[in-house]
Design a protein. Sequence first.
Length: 323
Amino acid sequence: MDPSLIIFLILTSLVIVITLIILFIISLDSDLTLYFAEKFGKSISGLKGKVVWITGASSGIGESLTYLLAKNGCKLIISATTKDRLDNVRLNCISEGVPEKDILALVFDMKDFKVHSEMVEKAIKTFGRIDVLVNNAGRSQRASFNEIDVSVDEELYKINTLGPVNLTRLVLKHWEQTDSAGAIAVVTSVAGKLGAPFSASYTASKHALHGYFECLRVESFRKNIKITMCCPGPVESRVLENAYTGQIGETVGRKHPEEMKRMSSDRCAKLIAVSIVNELDEAWMSIQPPLLFLYFNQYAPSVFKFISSIFFDPKVAHKIRDG
């Protein structure tokens, strides 16, 4: 056979294979590892009987994850800042058959570090142990980089970064003192991997979570501590209503338009649960195109940033993101 024909056939086959792979990835709402874990890995029911603490459990992803794990037989510690909403989540679980003794509601503010040890003590006193800590609590933010007051940066870091880090340290001490195994799931964001326009404080706080917990991962290699970094993209939630602006005390105070395409909180919660039970190191869950952006940024960062600088309009992206 003509060598030039062989080269042509090889190149054609390669192009076809690459095209099929790209089309397959575009059809997904999770990264490949998570996709195969959901299809062929451990079932969420593998968490049955585990004591799971979910922060930010009064709405959105946290609320959906609470209901999902309740259905799968977990014992639950749920926490949030709003008592009425948290009590409602607890009562919903009980009405669905969860024994009252198997769900504990703790109302506290993540940025109030002084009460963290008290909350950990209450959790351990109730269940005797904590098997999984899901650091889900957090707030978003919308403002131009140069319009953000430093007090907003400080507030977001306390809620999104330092609060989860401090709570984790206390739970880690419990595991070390009792020589127990444990798992930590950290709900960061696509913004923890990419630069999200008009959300500098939020984006930085989520990037910082990766720094803290990747460091902990290395320190925990020889310990029986599992860490899963969960990176959701746009999700249906109240995130925009509660999002800070560039000034402390101000919130955006509006909902995303109903026509905007976003992943449901139930779907996101399921993928997070799959990530936890299968002990994935990092998991991406998002609609397209943010998921595809993550792949390009991960494997061809300079190319992605170069293309973005030419074709990417931050203001248009901001409108697509929030309506």
